[in-house]
Design a protein around this ligand. Structure first.
Ligand code: GTQ
Length: 370
């Protein structure tokens, strides 16, 4: 009996060895690793302090010049858990975040690519991003779209250093083996529309010229989304609008479709009042957060990430999270995510945390490396 069992096992082991040599595999052995019960990933949460980022971005301002030494002067957020897998420039498995600096008088040349990009203004004003020949002037808190394949360039006409966040779907496009990039043949794409044209068309009502096309679809007909409008909407919200998991929250949309502003990158602004605490939930989509205003912390899978104005943090996929405003004033959290992609592929799913009145137990406090 024992001898028989042994020989069956030996035979199987030998069979596995032979399969491997033929570049074949036994599904009954590996199914649990392929079709997992829940999302399995290498993305760990992380947090960067604005003070550190700003210092190093400013140093790059002394070392090189965009358009001359660099296509763009950008320092990106590298998630250490993904660098271990050789994934350079990854914040999450799908999303990239970079901090771009433009000094007065500088410009970054026109180019386009298959990645979608969003900008979020952190500090300064007087620079514009031109998208397909339409200048959109950037002020603190504004969100600017440069959708996939649109020609875009940046120029700073103001007097102080200008910092903004670049959010791109780098990991997603790389996984899909769909990355294309092309510089424009000249420094500047022809300016074809009046300044801030689409923002004005949609900022106080919605209008088009008689024979102008505004058919539903992508890219969005608006490139510049103003913070003063976002703040107005959030401040007008009542307790009935207060979501238990996200607080007071708005999503940036494409008005012709009602869907997300960009076709692949979702964008959201959340407001938490002083002392406000959300309940924990998790979803398939991942996100990168930027603290526009205020201070507090986020608990991600039992780990506390303390933040203040300017900081950035990673929310990995399928991770429990809840936010707390510990300050005296309102918190404004901007985030971008891969939700539109998950929704288009019918992969989005979410779950609320029921235990302990919806609050996780804090088991660890995150301390940034260095
Ligand atoms: O400004 O066009 O951070 O193409 C990464 C890629 C910024 C940009 C980034 C880009 C840009």
């Amino acid at each position: 009996m024992a001898k028989n069992d042994m020989s069956v096992k030996e035979e199987l082991d030998q069979y596995y060895e032979e399969l491997k040599k033929q570049n074949l595999g036994p599904l009954w052995y590996d199914l649990g690793h392929m079709v997992t019960k829940e999302p399995v990933h290498d993305v760990e949460p992380y947090l960067w302090k604005w003070k550190t980022i700003r210092e190093y971005v400013l140093k790059a301002g002394k070392l090189l010049e965009p358009g001359k030494d660099a296509e763009r002067r950008v320092v990106y957020l590298q998630n250490p858990s993904l660098l271990k897998r050789g994934l350079v420039g990854y914040g999450t498995h799908t999303l990239y975040a970079g901090i771009q600096l433009l000094l007065p008088g500088e410009s970054a040349p026109s180019h386009h690519h298959s990645q979608s990009a969003i900008r979020f203004v952190i500090e300064g004003d007087g620079a514009y991003t031109a998208v397909n020949g339409e200048k959109t002037y950037m002020e603190r808190g504004d969100m600017i779209l440069t959708p996939a394949w649109t020609w875009h360039e940046h120029k700073h006409e103001g007097t102080e250093p200008m910092f903004w966040l670049d959010g791109l779907d780098v990991g997603l496009v790389k996984t899909m083996a769909a990355s294309f990039f092309e510089p424009y043949e000249e420094e500047t794409y022809p300016m074809e529309a009046p300044e801030n044209y689409s923002t004005k068309q949609f900022s106080m009502g919605a209008f088009k010229k008689l024979n102008e096309s505004k058919e539903p679809g992508y890219p969005s007909p608006i490139f510049g989304y103003k913070f003063d409008r976002v703040k107005y909407l959030l401040d007008e919200m009542t307790e009935a609008d207060n979501d238990p998991y996200d607080g007071y929250a708005i999503e940036y949309i494409n008005p012709t479709t009602g869907g997300s502003a960009d076709s692949r990158i979702g964008t959201m602004m959340q407001k938490l009042k002083s002392g406000q605490q959300t309940k924990a939930h998790r979803h398939v989509h991942s996100a990168i957060f930027h603290v526009l205003e205020g201070s507090g912390y986020t608990v991600i899978n039992g780990e506390k990430f303390e933040w203040e104005k300017g900081d950035f943090f990673i929310l990995p996929p399928w991770s429990l999270h809840e936010h707390v405003n510990t300050g005296e004033s309102d918190v404004f959290l901007f985030s971008f995510n891969d939700k539109p992609v998950m929704e288009k592929l019918d992969l989005e799913y979410s779950e609320v945390y029921e235990d302990n009145d919806g609050h996780q137990i804090v088991e660890k406090v995150f301390v940034p490396e260095n």
